[in-house]
Design a protein around this ligand. Sequence first.
Ligand code: SF4
Ligand code: SF4
Length: 172
Amino acid sequence: MIIDITEIEKLARKRRSENLRFIAFLKEKNKRYIDHLVMELNKYFSAEISCTACGHCCTKLRPILAESDIDQLVKVTKMTRSKFKKEYIEMDEEGDMLFKNLPCSFLKNNKCTIYHYRPEDCQEYPNLHKIDFVERIFGIMENYSICPIVFNVIEALKDRLDFKSGSKPADT
Ligand code: SF4
Ligand code: SF4
């Protein structure tokens, strides 16, 4: 298991073409079986890797917010809705509401200071507990270099499916 993010970023750069081959390899597999394997591996690595010691996603990604998330956040910050939106939210070109700042303004000492009220997008990340992994693989792979759980699940999945022995030599 690798959790050092510098090492993960280095390996992600080196394994770019290997990962493209893996995506093509996955497309040929039974999708329900892959969902089952990914959920099992996600359960294992989520228990092994401490998000509170990592916090990397909160420095690299901005969650999309729903009005129901804002309902919670105005309660916890004790701000008015309009003041909260002015201070913390901006719209992207698709009209989605996002936090303005990266790293997230609510991240302090690697910990989410609004953990119990964090947006649903944050609660769901990295989305490996959901079905349709193969259909979502391109989005998942965008998180391979960001999230140690994703990195380790993908690498373990390659092993479980015996990907490397049946593919071209791995990009070390
Ligand atoms: S709200 Fe919390 S979990 Fe979500 S990005 Fe900010 S610090 Fe991270
Ligand atoms: S979800 Fe991934 S990137 Fe985010 S804190 Fe947990 S291990 Fe780190």
